[in-house]
Every structure is written in C-alpha cells, then in structure tokens.
Design a protein around this ligand. Structure first.
Ligand code: AQP
Length: 332
C-alpha cells in the first residue's frame, strides 16, 4: 500500500485553513493509503514557543485531528520529537541539500521577514527536517497545501541527490497530493494574507475550538466590500475578501465555487454571511464538541501519541540504520 506522511505544527490556534486545507483531506485519504500523521513539534520551535503552550498545543492538535475523523487505531498519530530518526536524518540531509536550494525557499523569506540574520538556524534548515519527516518513512505521497509545494520539491531533490551521491536507489521520489477549492484559506481580515495560527488578530481566523457564537461574530465581522454578491467567478476579480468567503462556503459545502457564486448571485453579503455561519457551525460544531471531550482527558491523548510513536519508530529506525550504513557510519 502507498504511504502518506503529513504534519501540523502545534503552534496553537488550529484553524479552519488547517482543517479545510489539510486535516479534512487526510480524513478522506485514510481508506486509500497507509497514513502517518504527526504533530511536528521540532518544526514548531524554529520560532520560540512557550514550553507549557507547546505541550498543550500538541495535545490540542492531536485532539483536533482525531475529532475531525483521523482513525488513530488504524493509522499512526504521534509527535515528532518522540521519534529520534526525524532529527537524525535531518542532519544527514543538512549535509546533502545545498545552501543555494534553501536560499530559494519563499517560506523562509516570509517567516524571517526583514531581519533574516536574527532568524533561527532551525527556521532556515526547516525544509531539510521536512524532507527527513517524509523520507524517514519512505513515504510515497505527501498531501500538501500550495504553501508547502516548494518544500516538497526540495525533498524530492534531496532524495535524488542522496541516491546519486551514494550510487544507490534508496529513497523514493515522494509525490505531492494537491487538493482543490480550499487549498488556501485566507485571513478574514485581509484577503491577501493566508489564514494563520500566528496572526495576532483572533478575528483573522476561525479556530477549531471556537464555539457557535464566536464563529458567528467572526464571520459577521469578516471584511467584505460594498458590492453585492457577483453572479460568476469573473465578478470576484479584485475582490479577495469576497472571493475568500465564497471559497470557504464552497469548501465547507463540498460544492464548486462557481456554483456557490451563482447560488447567491446579486444578494447582500449580510444574507450570505448568515448562511455561511450556519454552515460553518454545522460542520465545525460536532468536531468542536468531540475535541473538547478528548481534551478533558489528556492522559488518553498521551496514550494515543505514545502508541503512535512506537509504531512510527518501528518503521523509521530500520530506514535510518540503512542510511547510516550507506553513508559509512561505523555501528560496532
Ligand atoms: N490558510 C491555510 N489554508 C489552507 N491550508 C493551510 N494550512 C495552513 N494554513 C492554511 C495547511 O495546514 C497544514 C498544517 O500547517 P502547519 O501547521 O504546518 O503550518 P503553517 O502552514 O505554517 O500554518 P499556519 O497556520 O500559518 O501556522 P503558523 O502561523 O504557525 O505558521 C499544512 O498542510 C498547511 O498547508
């Protein structure tokens, strides 16, 4: 069976973008693939995290995934730091990948901002750790949002260079799985920025922990323009906020965006927003309830993660050992 690896950073505020762009797709892939889902806590600390929050957020992401429908009995759910092979293989890849490759990564440029010299070395080397995440399991497929496509290309290049440096066909070329409509959910305050956990404004996103009233308030306050709803996608040109809200409605209802535009053609945004609230609450409400139930029992979540880490280790450790043999590390 083909194998998927994918991860979420436990950086708090798991949101609708993470759900529509990632977690919901993973739920749908569970029948076709052997899946490995990871709370990537090593990635999270590339930007400083409060240690107590990191623990809490790791459990919260696990709860969110399971509440959304990830089957942790059938598939592997764990946190990255519990499996040493990620960091160990990342070091090997630090020595395989080229600085020039990493210099081209747009996410580093965005996240480091103007003060690149002050960014952590980890933030720069982040893509090599991501390559290790995938290749430590010889994953064949990686579901990625638009924002991660470039990193996956780098993982493919790294796999290929490792194979050619050592003259062995060892790592597969992982294939991207890119999904439709909601691959990029934008901020509710600014249609040009992606919805993000780290956005300072809580009104920029719908969190998976938000209750119905909070969702309603955030959707009502979401930025729009003064024009009525268009009757086709052409009418969304230059209207990023309107386009985003229609995209969210389409993704939540599993409909085509053009169909949603025609459904609401000519109506006021206030009417559309009321229907969007109902839809968002209907989809997220049951997940929210289940997430809260799971988070009431942290020891249960910890037990799931521990078992997941054991299963992940059982796959990754032999692959790492082979890598160490290939590169010539003596293991007496
Ligand atoms: N706005 C988004 N729309 C669609 N998909 C998104 N993802 C993230 N934001 C959106 C997808 O969610 C998965 C997990 O993302 P991540 O936790 O690895 O980190 P990120 O991409 O950096 O997400 P955030 O929310 O913006 O976090 P911060 O603020 O901490 O950087 C990925 O598959 C991602 O594509």
């Amino acid at each position: 069976m083909q194998r998927i690896f994918s991860g979420v950073q436990p950086t708090g505020n798991l949101h609708l973008g993470n759900y529509l762009g990632a977690i919901r797709n993973w739920v749908r892939l569970q029948n076709e693939f052997e899946c490995i889902f990871c709370m990537v806590d090593l990635h999270a600390i590339t930007v400083w995290q409060d240690p107590k929050d990191l623990v809490k957020n790791t459990r919260e992401v696990a709860a969110g995934m399971i509440a959304a429908g990830i089957d942790a009995d059938k598939h592997i759910v764990f946190n990255q730091s519990m499996v040493p092979a990620h960091a160990q293989l990342a070091w090997v890849f630090n020595c395989v990948a080229r600085i020039g490759w990493l210099n081209r990564m747009t996410q580093f440029k965005e996240k480091a901002g103007k003060h690149k010299e002050n960014a952590s070395v980890g933030l720069f080397a982040y893509p090599n750790l991501m390559s290790a995440d995938i290749l430590a399991y010889k994953a064949t497929h990686v579901p990625v949002g638009e924002d991660q496509k470039q990193h996956l290309e780098l993982a493919r290049d790294t796999a290929q260079k490792f194979n050619s440096d050592y003259g062995i066909d060892f790592f597969p070329q992982p294939e991207p799985l890119i999904f439709g409509a909601a691959t990029r959910v934008m901020s509710l305050r600014d249609g040009a920025k992606k919805m993000s956990k780290s956005d300072e404004s809580d009104y920029s996103r719908i969190n998976m922990t938000d209750d119905a009233d909070t969702i309603a308030l955030k959707v009502r306050k979401a930025k729009t323009d003064l024009f009525p709803m268009p009757d086709s996608l052409d009418g969304l040109e230059g209207r990023p906020e309107a386009s985003n809200l229609i995209g969210i409605y389409a993704a939540l209802s599993d409909k085509d965006k053009a169909l949603v535009a025609s459904q609401f053609a000519g109506r006021q945004f206030s009417e559309f927003k009321a229907e969007l609230v109902d839809l968002a609450v209907a989809v997220l409400g049951p997940i929210n309830t289940e997430m809260n139930r799971l988070m009431d029992d942290p020891s249960h979540i910890d037990a799931i993660l521990k078992k997941g880490a054991e299963r992940a280790n059982a796959i990754a450790e032999p692959i790492l050992k082979d890598v160490y043999d290939i590169v010539g590390f003596l293991r007496p």
